[in-house]
Design a protein around this ligand. Structure first.
Ligand code: FDA
Length: 396
């Protein structure tokens, strides 16, 4: 059987590419080794899929080749995907400003994509594994568990390495190397931190406590990245949007510098509290600024509780410094098991930013997360999947 395009990977990018190519009149086949299409979509956003971010722009992405993502993101914008879901009657909510989630379930997004694929005449073959890929004349030949398949263009949309239990593989990277492309260093990103024994016990005791913080990483004293988003203590360590975001900058050995009272001049606030309520305990003031259990923990770790009137300026300054620059050195991250995305991937310098074809080998294309383009938390990764899928699907 010969197709104009075969897409490996029935995920966000693969399905978007397939429906776009199908509507353009191409004969399209999507194959996936999983037994269900869009499994990561289904588990995303806590089951409600944060399907885009209204303000998504190239500035929200990391890549060794930062200009690569601009063209596709410009051509297919968040409002285009919003128009698609609205056309299918999907209810959605804007949670944090700009972040759009399904009001009901992520299943709605998979339904939209599969319906569109059906309307566009796309063929879908699940539970199909690819054994070998080779050049075949001007096209490509795939040897699969359901026989040989020939195509004019092969689109690889096999995603990143996160959540191997959901079918993630290094297939796309191996294939890229087979055809002479390089792959930049990969590591888990948007991932919670794990802690060592003393800090692990502290986090465990605070599991479930959350508060807004401002966080940076410090490498040899040099700050990297900056986010003002919630921190969540868990049984394993530190999570929440702020920690997931900063994990994209973090490398083993880096410290986290956390401002527990972002936007507040803690020294000024402490001096004002001492002036206005001199008989108050410092811990009671702290419990008004932060979740009570965290406030108690901080007093226990830092020491020096007592009546505010008896605390000198130097003591209040030390407390302010502690609250504004709380240091933790994570032991590591939870790794691929829970990471939302892969930082790094196929080097985009040998890939066209317009068509996603490999330079000198136009019958081979790569889209979505398998490429070295990684978004911040908040719907940017799906926006990249949609945008790269549409750009490639319109060009195969
Ligand atoms: P994706 O991973 O979606 O699809 C790849 C497909 O290829 C899969 O169907 C897989 O089975 C298939 N495949 C892999 N190897 C294969 C092989 N060898 N043979 C055949 N098929 C193969 N992003 C966001 O913007 N908002 C959000 O809310 C979330 N939430 C979220 C939660 C969790 C828990 C995770 C793990 C991830 C997110 N993400 C996210 C990230 C987002 O899910 C991710 O960036 C996109 O799904 C990437 O789309 P792709 O199509 O590139 O890969």
């Amino acid at each position: 059987m010969t197709y104009d395009a075969v897409i490996i990977g029935a995920g966000a990018a693969g399905l978007m590419c397939a429906l776009t190519a199908g509507y353009a009149g191409r004969r399209v086949l999507v194959i996936d080794h999983a037994n269900k299409a869009g499994r990561k979509i289904l588990m995303s956003g806590g089951g409600r899929c944060n399907f885009t971010h209204l303000n998504s722009s190239p500035a929200n992405f990391f890549s060794d080749n930062p200009h690569f993502c601009i063209s596709a993101l410009k051509r297919y914008r968040p409002e285009h995907f919003v128009e698609l879901v609205e056309r299918h009657g999907v209810d959605y909510v804007e949670k944090t400003p700009g972040q759009l989630f399904c009001a009901d379930s992520a299943k709605e997004i998979v339904r939209v994509l599969l319906t569109e694929c059906e309307w566009a005449g796309v063929e879908l073959r699940l539970k199909t594994s690819v054994e070998r890929i080779e050049r075949h004349g001007e096209g490509m030949r795939l040897l699969t568990s359901s026989g040989a398949i020939d195509c004019g263009a092969l689109v690889v949309a096999t995603g990143g390495l996160s959540i191997p239990s959901m079918g993630a593989t290094g297939f796309g990277f191996d294939l890229a190397r087979q055809f002479g492309l390089s792959v930049t260093e990969t590591r888990p990103a948007l991932v919670p931190f794990t802690l060592t024994s003393q800090w692990k016990a502290r986090a465990e005791a605070l599991a479930g406590v959350a508060c807004e913080v401002s966080v940076r990483t410090l490498r040899a004293g040099e700050p990297r990245g900056h986010y003002r988003e919630p921190l969540l203590f868990t049984h394993r360590g530190l999570s929440g949007p702020g920690m997931l975001q900063i994990s994209s900058f973090w490398e083993p050995g880096d410290e986290l510098a956390i401002d527990l009272l972002p936007g507040v001049d803690a020294f000024e606030a402490l001096c004002a509290a001492r002036r206005e309520t001199p008989r108050r305990q410092l811990s009671s003031w702290l419990a008004e600024q932060l979740p009570r259990r965290l406030a108690q923990g901080l007093v226990e770790w830092h020491g020096g509780d007592g009546v505010l009137a008896e605390r000198g300026n130097a003591e209040l300054a030390a407390w302010a410094a502690y609250l504004g620059d709380w240091r933790i050195k994570p032991a590591g991250t939870e790794g691929w098991r829970t990471a939302e995305v892969t930082m790094g991937g196929i080097d985009t310098r040998a890939v066209s930013s317009k068509t996603f074809a490999v330079e000198g080998l136009p019958q081979l294309r790569f889209i979505g997360e398998v490429l070295d383009v990684t978004g911040e938390l908040g719907g940017h990764n799906f926006q990249w999947a949609w945008a790269s899928g549409v750009a490639c699907g319109g060009a195969v």
